[in-house]
Design a protein around this ligand. Structure first.
Ligand code: DX5
Length: 224
């Protein structure tokens, strides 16, 4: 059973002076979730949202929040982001020595665990935790900044991951892609096997957010 297409904005291009209102706008535009790019200035050369910022935005929309933890110590922060209102936490395979424990801990805290792979990291790196997660994120840029170019050589990696999940009977696990997703690139990622699409700069460039969500969704669905 093919997993449903989900369009998920990154809030990096949003108006940081009005994040609550931006979350409300995104919810009204029909997004399926909202992704917070959490960056600690160490794992990636950028610094963004603490849990209190997310907590302040939580009341402004009912849309599910996910926290993409681009941080050097995800275990230290997991509970804080769940308590702030993030239903899903994405942990980078490269950021946790005890990845199996990190992901199991998120589930024990009541969150939905997901694992993220940087472009240079092979699918095999997460072979032994695929049974613990609800989603795998295949980065299609090197993390840290929005507005970067899509790395199309990740498409065979997406296909390999989808095949591995389905072979193991883990067809309930979503595959998310993040980075450079636009009207020109979403079809390639979708045909490779992704079903959850993070879009930041491209989505915010549409005449309206609703136009962007609808266009990206239809392009992804047409490509599957
Ligand atoms: C990189 C970020 C970006 C962002 C999406 O660390 O995760 O990929 O979410 O940005 P765009 O859609 O502008 O590439």
């Amino acid at each position: 059973m093919a997993r449903p297409v989900e369009i998920v904005p990154s809030v990096l291009p949003a108006d940081f002076a009005n994040l609550g209102e931006e979350c409300r706008r995104l919810g009204e535009a029909g997004v399926d979730r909202i992704q917070w790019d959490v960056m600690d200035g160490n794992f990636v050369p950028n610094l963004t949202f603490g849990p209190d910022v997310i907590k302040a935005c939580r009341p402004h929309t009912d849309v599910m929040f996910e926290a993409h933890l681009m941080v050097t110590d995800p275990d230290l922060l997991a509970k804080e982001y769940i308590d702030a209102g993030c239903e899903m936490l994405l942990v980078h395979a490269e950021s946790s020595i005890h990845l199996h424990r990190s992901l199991a801990n998120i589930r024990a805290l009541g969150g939905q665990p997901a694992v993220a792979l940087n472009p240079s990291t092979a699918v095999s790196a997460v072979e032994h935790v695929l049974d613990l997660v609800d989603m795998v994120l295949v980065m299609t840029v090197n993390p840290g900044f929005g507005g970067q170019a899509y790395i199309a050589t990740m498409e065979p990696k997406i296909a390999e991951l989808r095949a591995r999940l389905d072979t193991r009977g883990l067809d309930h696990v979503d595959i998310e892609v993040d980075g450079g997703i636009s009207k020109d690139t979403i079809a390639g990622a979708a045909s490779a096997g992704a079903n959850v699409f993070i879009s930041g700069s491209a989505l915010f460039k549409y005449p309206t957010l609703a136009d962007g969500v609808a266009d990206l969704r239809s392009r992804a669905e047409a490509a599957r």
